[in-house]
Design a protein around this ligand. Sequence first.
Ligand SMILES: *Cc1c(COP(=O)(O)O)cnc(C)c1O
Length: 454
Amino acid sequence: MSQYKYVLQEKDLPTHWYNILADMKQPPPPFRHPATLEILQPDDLMPVFPEALIKQEMSLERWIEIPHEVRDALKMWRPTPLHRAIRWEKALDTPARIYYKWEGVSPPGSHKPNTAVAQCYYGKQEGLKGFATETGAGQWGSALSFAAQMFGLECKVFMVAISYQQKPYRRIAMETWGGAVVASPSTMTKAGRDILAVDPETPGSLGMAISEAIEYAVTHDGFKYSLGSVVNFVLLHQTVVGLETREQMEMAGDYPDIIIGCAGGGSNAAGLIYPFLKDKLDGSRPQLRAIFVESTACPSMTRGIYAYDWGDTAKTGPVAMMHTVGHGFVPAPVHAGGLRYHGMAPSICALLEQGEVESRAYHQNTCFEAAVSFARAEGFIVAPETAHAVKAVYDEAVACKESGESKVILFNNSGHGHFDLAAYDAFFRKDLSDYELEEDKLRQALADLPSVPV
Ligand SMILES: *Cc1c(COP(=O)(O)O)cnc(C)c1O
């Protein structure tokens, strides 16, 4: 009899997060100060992030203990199941063995609360009143609103305007969990007012919303800023995903040849991939392939350049060495709102440069096609972001069919698409555009990068 899923007990929840910086040949270059461009000091971040998280950001410790209270919060929905996609394998007629880690079972429906609960725990420990943050598709804002409620904190969410309009249900979910949501750019901050003065019709961007959230946090007593992706501590918190999956793959008696995740800032993909990539970095699994998948509408890894850039539009956040399409870049309004960030996690970018991992990009129509194929076999309707990972798995599974190889393919099914059905509807009505970023627009966006002293 076939086994469809591999399930762990609450007692099997990881006790430590895995920090890949300890095992990289060369960790990513340090962050720079947004104004002086000098190497960023921990003190510079104090007004922005809780102290415990700044320590984690800079840490080179391989294993960092997960506080008891955080494990307790995670147990509400973790460990999450690992599924074998037996029905989809049959539908694709592939000899590949396909596994997916299902993160859609969390209350907000994605991997994002894995870091949200940790950040709220440390914020509460530090005596904060609340967090300000940005959200694209609304997944991160939902996760933080949910976690803030769990730990008795306030949550102020600046939501990218285009998503605020396209996805009212996400806003309502945030409000249900007690979050306060405003469309960004807004008139509540100087950053927002400055942007609106230049372009009152702007669809907004994550870069703009980050600027507003940081400004709100540093100008409101008892508030700090919370970030849902990109930085080291977020990727660290997400490694519970891969650590659980290692146990589950062992139960299945398999080890992945290829691991795939979609990447906006890179946190769900890294969360699954890093605990396995450890084996490649230490030489025990040299053949392991890891693929980060992005949107052609915001192709930081596949078409951006590797350079220092600001993390946000208003140049108030830390400057990071990363693959970027430019902090002023406003991506086309694709439905995968979570894949519209102009940069990428610095650790992923360093690993790309070192040839340890791969990247690729897809147009949205082909992703929805793969996601529909997946839904008709496996049942789950995935988020538009996740559909990018599903498409990469689809291509690898088809390649296995052609070559006759039965590779083991593992991907992170990062969240459900129940609030994104309008996007599926647009796909069925052939109403979805594929956006190829013009060379001109890219060059223009890359013209204003900082010149960092070395
Ligand atoms: C936010 C989100 C993403 C993209 O963010 P990462 O930090 O790259 O993981 C992917 N999938 C889902 C379901 C999301 O909500």
